[in-house]
Design a protein around this ligand. Structure first.
Ligand SMILES: CC1=C(/C=C/C(C)=C/C=C/C(C)=C/C=C/C=C(C)/C=C/C=O)C(C)(C)CCC1
Ligand code: FE2
Length: 566
């Protein structure tokens, strides 16, 4: 399907049947893309959920025209012409209906939410790393074959302070507020230890808890922010009511309708607390503790896998580094350090007793995202091993530096994306001292690019066959395909469009389905011409079933979740 054949919404607003993308200004007017104002009461926008008008602290401006995006003039600000995936969002919020090309299945009822760092500057200051950007939340509301979309900046304390003061006020992934003098610097250090200077910019993921609360997350615990999935409004901080303390946690808790399980790294006594929270509460309870076997500090745990009965705690040789946390300027590995001599381990904890049932040395690895894990059984049904799959960067941490904005923005046709694979750990439960790590399929199947994965959530922690992720069509500097992995046949099927940067393919199962891949895969595409669209692929055939163009190109985003309409 050629993306250029579809008329843009901007050019189609005269069509009486076309529903218009709209924004509200401070006076409760609807702002149409051509800046025509109509009163909110007069609009002809069925079901549009512009529930909240912008507050004075949240200016909204018209989405840039494709021409503005191409020329690099948006929101009255001139910036270089980069791929829209790596260009700051130019308005704080927008919502409207998108015209759908193709067919959205009628069973698909709910909201796909995607979070990510979509604003990479404040005032005249440009951030350096992809992960620094202020959080931009995107929604795709699907019902009766129609698609209402929108985005909104998350109003974290860090974002509000930056806007007010026109400078960074909290420590982000790689950016540190500049201290005015030595005394201020000493005060800053004290604030770091108390956590006061750490960001709450919840720009990494979004999860729906079993009790319905929807929470945006990052790696700082204070960066847990409750949002309204309909309006994308920031509701407030998620306050953990326990007294477990600590400043950081895994960015990817494992969340089901029954529980929220996460890891709290302990930087003082290197180890990890494995904790669990029940729906309807905000209190995490300790399941158990894993002490690190290597040092000098715990390995980075951006994510971790679980099986039906066990929590797997990875100990990666890419470790948190207290000195780097203190540094004002980014180091090559940011807040982390590579310690190959400290070795790599996988620990397995029983979910009910907190006992550690295996702790094995494994080959060195670098992963941010575990895909899934399950229990391997012998013919008598006895669990013999844990299988854990991840997006593995060939034990090379330089991927972190490849994700600097300057690198992402300067693609010149050279193939610079480091190789990655589906890393499959086998962790024996028979007391063996070591486990194995191998590619689960030939990495050439997916262009040796591999990250940003999802699975059918009904197979979480269980034997599974399919995963969806981003792979590579080389030459490239960033994963640029959507790939369906068949871990049984060891084949992959890839979707690619020239110049497209797709975000994490997110699988939504069809209610009542019996086949694992019966569902749809949702992704949002940022295009090199400055535009962008939501894309739906069939989970089984991996063919396109629908796309819907946004009236503006969206920046790249990270992780999503599905909020079904009951
Ligand atoms: C804010 C502080 C930290 C924050 C850490 C954050 C925000 C980490 C975010 C990590 C993400 C989004 C990782 C995603 C990886 C994606 C990859 C590798 C994609 C590859 C594509 O090829 C700490 C660092 C925790 C320190 C305290 C302050
Ligand atoms: Fe992540």
């Amino acid at each position: 399907m050629a993306s250029t054949t579809m008329p843009s919404l901007r050019n189609s607003i005269s069509s009486p049947t076309m529903l218009l993308p709209a924004m509200s200004d401070h006076n409760n007017h609807i702002l149409l893309p051509n800046k025509l104002l109509i009163n909110k009461g007069q609009r002809n926008l069925r079901d549009l959920t512009v529930a909240n008008v912008a507050t004075p602290s949240l200016p909204v401006i018209a989405p840039p025209t494709p021409e503005e995006q191409r020329s690099g003039t948006t929101g009255g600000r001139r910036h270089h012409h980069h791929h829209v995936a790596w260009t700051s969002i130019s308005q704080e919020r927008w919502e409207g209906e998108l015209q759908v090309e193709g067919q959205i299945p009628l069973w698909l009822k709910g909201t796909y939410l995607r979070n990510g760092p979509g604003m990479w500057h404040i005032g005249d200051y440009n951030f350096r790393h992809l992960f620094d950007g202020y959080a931009t939340l995107v929604k795709l509301q699907l019902q009766d074959g129609r698609l209402f979309a929108g985005h909104r900046q998350i109003e974290s304390e860090a974002y509000r302070a930056a806007k007010k003061n026109q400078k960074i006020c909290y420590r982000e992934f790689s950016e540190v507020p500049k201290a005015a003098n030595f005394l201020a610097y000493v005060g800053e250090l004290a604030n770091l230890f108390s956590g006061a200077s750490l960001t709450d910019n919840a720009n990494t993921g979004v999860v729906k808890l079993g009790d319905g609360r929807v929470v945006c997350l990052t790696e700082t615990q204070k960066g847990s922010i409750v949002i309204d999935p309909e309006t994308l409004e920031t509701v407030g901080k998620f306050e953990y009511s326990d007294s477990l303390g600590g400043l950081i946690h895994s960015a990817h808790p494992v969340v089901t309708d029954k529980e929220f399980v996460t890891l709290l790294p302990d930087l003082v006594r290197p180890g990890y607390l494995v904790v669990r929270m029940e729906p309807g509460t905000s209190e995490r309870r300790v399941i158990g503790r894993v002490n690190c076997r290597g040092g000098p500090s715990p390995g980075w745990v951006h994510s971790f896998p679980v099986t039906q009965h066990y929590v797997v705690v990875p100990e990666m040789p890419l470790r948190y580094c207290a000195q780097n946390l203190l540094k004002a300027e980014p180091t090559p590995l940011y807040k982390f350090e590579w310690h190959p001599q400290s070795k790599a381990f996988m620990h397995v904890m029983c979910k009910t007793s907190g006992n550690i049932v295996a702790s094995v040395e494994v080959p060195l690895f670098v992963t941010f995202h575990f895909i899934n894990a399950y229990e391997e059984e012998d013919e008598d049904g006895r669990v013999t091993a844990i299988i854990a799959d991840c997006c593995e960067h060939n034990s090379d941490p330089t991927i972190l530096d490849r994700l600097r904005l300057q690198n992402l923005r300067s693609f010149n046709g050279e193939d610079v994306l480091p190789d990655a694979r589906v890393g499959r750990f086998r962790i024996p439960l028979d007391g063996s001292p070591s486990g194995t790590l191998d590619a689960a399929l030939d990495p050439d199947e997916h262009g040796k690019g591999m990250d940003m994965c999802s699975i059918n959530p009904n197979h979480l922690g269980k034997k599974y066959r399919y995963a969806y992720a981003c792979g590579a069509r080389r030459p490239c500097n960033f994963p640029n395909t959507l790939t369906k992995l068949d871990l049984e046949s060891k084949k992959a099927k890839n979707w690619h469009e020239e110049g497209a940067v797709p975000s994490e393919p997110f699988f939504v199962a069809r209610p009542g389905a019996t086949e694992e891949d019966d569902g749809v895969v949702i992704s949002i595409i940022s295009e090199k011409n400055g535009e962008g669209y939501a894309l739906l692929l069939d989970g089984s055939t991996f063919e396109e079933i629908a796309r819907a163009r946004f009236p503006y190109g969206l920046p790249y985003g990270l992780h999503g979740c599905w909020v079904p309409k009951e």
